[in-house]
Structure formats: C-alpha cells, structure tokens
Design a protein around this ligand. Structure first.
Ligand code: GDP
Length: 447
C-alpha cells in the first residue's frame, strides 16, 4: 500500500444533525478546489467565509473554508475543511460538490491511513485515533489520548533501541568467534537484557490495563451459599442501573451482570456458591464457576470474619496474574464499621451489602483494579494485537537470555531479531497490507 495520488472527500462529522458539520478533503487537487470555491488562491490556516454553490451556481450553504497546505496537515497532504451547518443533507450536498471539483469519496479510515503512510502517525497512534472516537468513558478516552500522544510508541521505540544495542553486541561476539564466550558472558550484556525484559513487562502490564479499560474488568464473585454474593452484586448493579441477566437453567447456574462504574465496564459473575459434593446439577455449577474463575481479571471472595480463613480456598482457581479482593460482608450484624486492609493475599474490605456501608470503598477499589488510576497511571488504549506482539517479544527475550546463559550466540541473536520484529509490528514498520487493511477498515468514514 502506498500513498495515492488522488484526492478524497468525506463528511467528517456525526450522522445526526448538529450546529456545525465538517467535510474534509485531502490530496493534490485541494489547492485547485479551494481556489474555485474562493475565487482565488486560499490563505493557509485561515478561515475564509464562503457561500458554497453547486455547478449551476445555486447556493448550498454558507460556511467556512480552511486550507492546510502539505505537509502541515492531519494527513500530511494538502487538506481542505468545509465547516457548514450540521444538517446531514446539506453536508452530503457539500461533499458531492467537492467531489465534483476533483475528489472521490473516501473509504473508512482513509484519512488516517494516509497520515500513517505519510509518517504523521505510527500504527499504534492511528489505532488510538479510532479508540478515542469509540471510547465510552473518560478513563478509556484518557488511555487513547496517551497512546495518540505517542507515549506508547515512545516506549516501544526505546525498547527497540535497547534491542538494537544488544543485537550489535551479540552479533559482534559471533564475528569474533574465538572470544565469543567471553563476550557473551559479560555481566553488562546480561544486565542490559534483564533491564529490557523488565521494561517490556511494565509496558505489557500498562497495555493490559488499557485493554481492560476498553473491554471492562471481568470480576468473578465467589463465596459460600448465603455469604451475600447476590446481595452484593445487586447493590453494585442497582445503583448503576445495570442490566442483570439470569442465564437460563437452574438457580445454581451462573448469574452475570454488566455494571458501568463511572464509565468503566465491569462484568460480574456470581458463581452461586462454590461448594464441593452436591448433586449432578450442583457439580456442573461448580465446574462452570471454576471455569469462570480461570478467566477472571479479579476474583472477589464474599465471606465474613468467621469464615474468611476457610473460604480463602475458593479463590484457588484464580489465574496467577489476576487480582484478588476479600469482602467481609454483613458488618451490620457484627456491629463493625467499614474498613480496608492490605494483606498478603490481597486487599480486604469490611462492608455491608444490606446497608450499603463500605460500598463506596469497594467501588473505588474496583476502579483502581480496572486500571483507571485517574492520575496518569492508567493504561494505553491497547488492543489484543498489541498484547500478542508484546508477549511474543517477551518469549523471544527469555529464549535469548537462556541462549546467552548457554553461550550460544547464534540462537541469542536470532531470538533478539524475533523480539525486534514483534516490536516493529506495533509501530507498523513491519506489517502486511492485510493487517493494515483490517485496522483501517475498523474506522469510521471521514477519519
Ligand atoms: P448468596 O447466597 O451468597 O448469594 O447470598 P445472598 O445475597 O442471597 O444473601 C443471603 C442472605 O444474607 C440474605 O438473606 C441476605 O439478605 C442476607 N445478607 C446479605 N448481605 C447482608 C448484609 O450485609 N447484612 C445482613 N444483615 N444480611 C445480609
């Protein structure tokens, strides 16, 4: 795929009527189109008041024409923006008129695709544009902005530079085969590799937080029957007007609810009392609950002071990377006040699902775990493909480290090359047309 020589046009504002609407044009024909509209050469970055008329000189709308000469525009090409009244019909007519003057309708994402091809954005930033438009919460928008701003790309680039230094070192060692072992055993080399591995891990974690922001945190509630799991689910859900869906089946089936927590999406699954033994249906319920727990981002155990120690085993099926929260429910019965404690096995919260005491602290905790630090510590608007590429780089680095430890320079060099390829996929430096096609097709028209 290369930057095309033709000029594209699209309505760039939403479909609904609004006070202002925008039509964008990008490509080599833009200066000519602007001159036709304005009756003379356009002034760069100046708002020209203009009566837009069709080919028969019949007025379409009055608005503003803005002209951005290449390369100082979103796409890096000559661009023109028509700002008219936000009536979708008027905007369509304006776009049709601009097309008549020398442009063709843009495909979805084509403006951003051109920005990428002209080096204005890398691939991760281009994706962040789509994520920003689609973001359903302030937290997700903040994450997308961080990516768009290039914070993610800069960290990937820094990792890439570190990898290059390592590769130069290792490949030099191979060339001086006689001294290879000494070169490869250098403590500084091992140290550099360890630092890169740690940085990569931190980036992976931040990206994972980003995907959670986009997809929501998957919380699985476990606990003995009557611990108060359903009550807690409802207390969290009701205030947030969640839709509680009871899956078909028995009462021992799973119950899930989607809860919007200040724009964060949490999916809660009540496991209907994890308990050993029981009849066949109950065993099936337990099996499903375990399977659900294995996919959880967060395991939430509902218990009370008397049972906390014994119930801790119910979280055993939680994956290693998942967070844990222990809720000591029914503090109203014990006459306790809400409180929070950081323990070795996770955060413990004392609350009452019935009175609501301590529920706000639980909401805060869920928000924190969902990755919205609210203080810039949140994630990037990462996508599944980013996580896959970062994980591939991690695997390659680990393999390189063990090859180095074994003194096998050639294998270490190859693994480092694989790690670099994985990182290059993130920026789009190495990417198939197929991948690019899929990414940009996910955009809306006009972006
Ligand atoms: P589950 O089986 O774990 O889903 O438990 P439920 O949510 O059905 O609650 C079991 C019983 O405990 C119900 O009668 C609830 O009303 C009661 N319950 C739940 N939470 C509290 C609480 O915080 N305080 C008190 N006093 N009762 C509660």
């Amino acid at each position: 795929m290369t930057a095309s020589g033709d000029t594209i046009v699209a309505v760039a504002s939403g479909r609904a009527a609004a006070a202002i609407g925008v039509v964008r044009v990008s490509g080599p024909a833009v200066p000519g189109i602007a001159a036709t509209l304005l009756g003379g050469p356009p002034q760069p970055r100046h708002a020209h008041l203009c009566m837009l008329a069709d080919a028969t000189a019949e007025p379409i709308d009055q608005g503003l024409v803005l002209y951005f000469p290449a390369p100082h525009s979103y796409t890096g090409e000559h661009m023109l923006e028509w700002q008219g009244h936000g009536n979708p019909r008027l905007l369509q007519r304006a776009a049709a008129r601009l097309a008549e003057l020398g442009a063709r309708p843009a495909r979805a994402g084509e403006f951003t695709e051109r920005a990428f091809l002209n080096g204005k954005l890398d691939l991760a930033q281009a994706e962040a544009v789509a994520d920003l438009i689609a973001s359903g919460s302030d937290a997700a928008a903040r994450a997308a902005l961080r990516s768009l701003d290039g914070e993610f790309s800069r960290r990937v680039a820094a990792l890439g530079e570190g990898l290059t230094r390592l590769r130069v070192w290792v490949e030099a060692a191979i060339d001086f085969a006689a001294e290879e072992i000494d070169f490869l055993a250098d403590a500084r080399l091992v140290e550099l590799l360890a630092t890169l591995r740690a940085d990569l891990d931190a980036l992976f974690q931040a990206s994972r937080r980003g995907t959670r922001l986009a997809e929501g945190l998957h919380v699985v509630i476990v606990g003995r029957p009557n611990a108060g799991k359903s009550s807690l689910l409802n207390a969290l859900a009701q205030r947030e007007h969640a839709i509680v869906t009871e899956l078909p089946g028995t009462t021992r089936d799973l119950l899930t609810a989607q809860v919007e927590l200040d724009g964060l999406s949490l999916s809660l699954t009540d496991t209907a009392g994890l308990r050993e033994a029981g009849d066949a249906i109950e065993r099936e319920g337990i099996r499903r609950a375990r399977a659900e727990l294995a996919r959880a981002d967060l395991g939430l155990l509902v218990t009370d002071d008397g049972h906390a120690a014994a119930d801790a085993a119910l979280l055993a099926g939680l994956p290693a990377g998942a967070a844990r929260l222990v809720v000591h429910n029914k503090i109203d019965l014990a006459g306790q006040s809400p409180r929070r404690e950081d323990a070795a096995d996770g955060v413990h919260l004392w609350l009452s699902a019935r009175t609501g005491a301590g529920l706000d602290a639980l909401r805060d905790e869920l928000r924190r775990l969902a990755g919205d630090g609210g203080d810039g510590s949140g994630g990037f608007s990462a996508r599944a493909r980013h996580l896959v590429a970062l994980a591939a780089a991690q695997t390659a680095l680990d393999a390189a480290a063990s090859a180095l430890a074994d003194g096998v320079g050639e294998i270490a060099a190859e693994e480092l090359r694989q790690a670099q390829l994985a990182l290059d996929e993130l920026s789009g430096r190495v990417s198939s047309d197929d991948l690019l096609g899929r990414i940009f097709a996910g955009f809306c028209i006009g972006k």
